[in-house]
Ligand binder design. Structure first.
Ligand SMILES: Nc1ncnc2c1ncn2[C@@H]1O[C@H](COP(=O)(O)OP(=O)(O)O)[C@@H](O)[C@H]1O
Ligand SMILES: O=P(O)(O)O[C@H]1O[C@H](CO)[C@@H](O[C@H]2O[C@H](CO)[C@@H](O)[C@H](O)[C@H]2O)[C@H](O)[C@H]1O
Length: 459
């Protein structure tokens, strides 16, 4: 591959002179930008690598850029910046802007993932296990990657950005990145070692060297086999519900798949026992999140005292000496993270956890019921986003999912209602904040669950 490294971010602030005014406008408009609603006060370059020289069509920079917002260091984002003299019409949606200052003055810069050549450069780096400046690729020697696979960008709103290569592989480029082990690579690798076929095994991945004052590398991208002809659980559930079809058999299969993945994770990675000393901070975290959510979303406030009882009930059980097992889990499981292949097999994807939480927290062993609660919420979401809402549909799916889970795990999550209610409440509170921030029209969906969770004994 022709890529050369000619730029080190720490010694080339000139690049940011060109990009700064454009990124201030463009970055906050991206779905994956985590700091919405707070103005950007400036940028610093964590790393910059020239992958294709400026002047070729296109020039290509790989950047790790920290966006400062108010106090604190700010979040670091991975950007692939294409550089051309002018954009062809097909790349119009990728436009970042026309540069008026600094070394790129007179050029047009754009999100290079929209363009095929940059996507090919990435695949070639992964295929060959390349080391390019601060970027380092590794791959599973047991999986073949053919060269020349044709890329297409995955459209649709995502937390990150993905490119599909010849319907054979999918590359996920992480957008908001932090140094350290990322569960989106760590867990699928562990599951592959364990022989668990429910999760596509990583084929190749890319690290970025630590920035100044940092000790751990960044996980930047993961390539994995593309599940062809797959439909995600959310699409399927809505489709079946609209036809008046039962989804119980699929919900049961999903319960079984979840339990298989949990079993493999418990075998592959450390587990822990949670007693009062561990439950107390967990409950404290749930309560804090509830309080913060009630501050941010006024509609939640009337329910807060009743919701808090879901957490205190768990603390009370722990105080009585009850213990629970914790293990590594998916961390943000919902119907959209489940893919059904053309042959009807379910896979789970996207092990990043809730992206807003600190990495260390996301990597801690937790009760597996947390994932179960995520899926139960998802059936409820599907049922209450339909018009008219179908609570009975949700009830059937939720029961079938728990039964399927129990068939494999040997224990039904419903036999621990206090733990389950605490986690469902915590998830619904998270969803209220998520929807208020990202999709205000959807806010009534988690709020209807909040209403039910606050009065659990109502029919
Ligand atoms: N292995 C795969 N095979 C087929 N499609 C996939 C695969 N992995 C992800 N996808 C598709 O890409 C979308 C985004 O992937 P995901 O890992 O959830 O990224 P994000 O973190 O950006 O939400 C999924 O909703 C799914 O449609
Ligand atoms: O898939 P992501 O990692 O981006 O997860 C985030 O976005 C999800 C929505 O796209 C959000 O999920 C919520 O909405 C889903 C329907 O769109 C529903 O199935 C989920 O149960 C509900 O939580 C997720 O919470 C958020 O982290």
């Amino acid at each position: 591959m022709a890529a050369t490294v000619t730029v080190s971010g720490r010694t080339d602030p000139g690049l940011l002179i060109s990009l700064d005014p454009l990124l201030r406008e463009w970055l906050p408009r991206q779905r994956w930008f985590a700091g919405k609603g707070r103005p950007i006060s400036g940028f610093s370059l964590v790393a910059a690598t020239e992958l294709l020289p400026v002047g070729t069509r296109p020039g290509l920079y790989h950047l790790l850029v920290r966006a400062r917002q108010q106090a604190g260091p700010g979040d670091c984002y991975q950007l692939l910046i294409g550089v051309r003299t002018a954009l062809p019409p097909r790349l119009a949606p990728a436009l970042i802007g026309h540069v008026t200052q600094g070394p790129l003055a007179g050029r047009t810069v754009f999100d290079a993932l929209y363009d095929s050549r940059p996507a090919e450069v990435l695949l070639e780096a992964l295929r060959t296990g390349a080391r390019i400046g601060g970027l380092r690729c590794e791959r599973d020697p047991g999986q073949e990657i053919r060269s020349g696979l044709v890329p297409r960008r995955l459209t649709g709103e995502q937390s990150n950005s993905s490119v599909i290569y010849g319907d054979t592989f999918i590359l996920k480029l992480l957008r908001r990145v932090v140094p350290g082990v990322n569960p989106d690579l760590e867990l699928p690798l562990a599951l592959a070692r364990e022989g668990c076929a429910r999760v596509p095994a990583p084929t190749a991945w890319m690290y970025g060297d630590p920035g100044e004052g940092e000790t751990e590398p960044y996980v930047l991208a993961v390539l994995q086999p593309y599940v062809q002809g797959a439909a995600d659980g959310w699409e399927l559930a809505l489709r079946e519900m609209a036809k008046g079809e039962d989804f119980a058999a699929e919900a049961r299969a999903l319960g079984r798949a979840t339990a298989e993945v949990h079993g493999a994770l418990a075998r592959a990675l450390p587990t822990a026992t949670l007693g009062q000393a561990q439950i107390r901070p967990m409950v404290h975290g749930m309560t804090e999140r509830l309080d913060a959510a009630a501050q941010a979303v006024p509609a939640l406030r009337p329910y807060a005292p009743a919701l808090r009882t879901a957490f205190t009930a768990l603390a009370d059980l722990a105080a009585e000496g009850h213990t629970w097992t914790a293990q590594r889990i998916h961390g943000d499981l919902h119907l959209g993270q489940c893919l059904r292949s053309a042959s009807g097999q379910w896979s789970l994807i996207d092990f990043e956890g809730e992206p807003a939480r600190p990495l260390a927290e996301r990597r801690m062993p937790q009760p597996a019921v947390r994932d179960v609660a995520g899926m139960l919420r998802s059936f409820d979401y599907a049922a209450h986003s339909a018009d008219p809402a179908s609570p009975a549909w949700a009830r059937t799916c939720r029961a079938a999912y728990c039964s399927g889970y129990a068939e494999v795990a040997g224990a039904d999550p419903r036999t621990d209602p206090v733990l389950l209610r605490a986690h469902e409440t915590d998830k619904a509170v998270y969803e209220v904040v998520y929807e208020a921030r990202h999709r205000p029209d959807w806010l009534p969906v988690p709020l209807s669950a909040i209403h039910r969770l606050a009065a659990p004994d109502l029919p």
